[in-house]
Write a protein that binds this ligand. Structure first.
Ligand code: ZN
Length: 139
């Protein structure tokens, strides 16, 4: 299954838990694993407590690790300006896996699945969800 996420770019962090949960519900799979993946090298998927303070902290830390205005080799090679975005995407990864138990995502109470778009401009991202089932569907 796939769904679309419209982002503002520039470290936009979007809670995609409802969309993933809906796909799991529709699948009727009771026990298994869901892979959540985003194709793209300036975007990432991870999990976080989706709360303003933590969101700000994460953006701040990522900016320290890969500052926007650093001199990235990528800029020289391609004339691009999104070197920081590529680094942040590589560090966080493009995928997240979550167990499915009793037909539900086995997430912690304060754990949301988020898509983070690091690119410099608004983007339309497509998220892919693949489900591995441990057993046959409930009939
Ligand atoms: Zn680039």
């Amino acid at each position: 299954m796939r769904f679309i996420v419209n982002t503002k770019g520039r470290n936009d962090i979007i809670d995609i838990t409802p969309q993933v949960a809906q796909i799991i519900e529709n699948s009727n799979i009771q026990e298994g694993v869901a892979l959540v993946f985003v194709p793209g090298s300036t975007v990432a998927i991870t999990a976080i407590e989706y709360e303003n303070g933590v969101i700000k902290d994460l953006k701040k830390i990522l900016e320290k690790i890969a500052p926007e205005n650093d001199n990235y080799e990528h800029h020289k090679r391609w004339g691009d300006h999104n070197g920081a975005a590529h680094i942040k995407s590589a560090l966080l990864g493009a995928d997240f896996m979550v167990p499915i138990e009793k037909g539900q995502l086995a997430l912690g109470r304060w754990q949301q699945i988020v898509l983070i778009d690091f690119d410099e401009r608004p983007r339309q991202r497509e998220v892919i969800v693949k489900i591995l089932s441990e057993q046959n569907k409930k009939s």
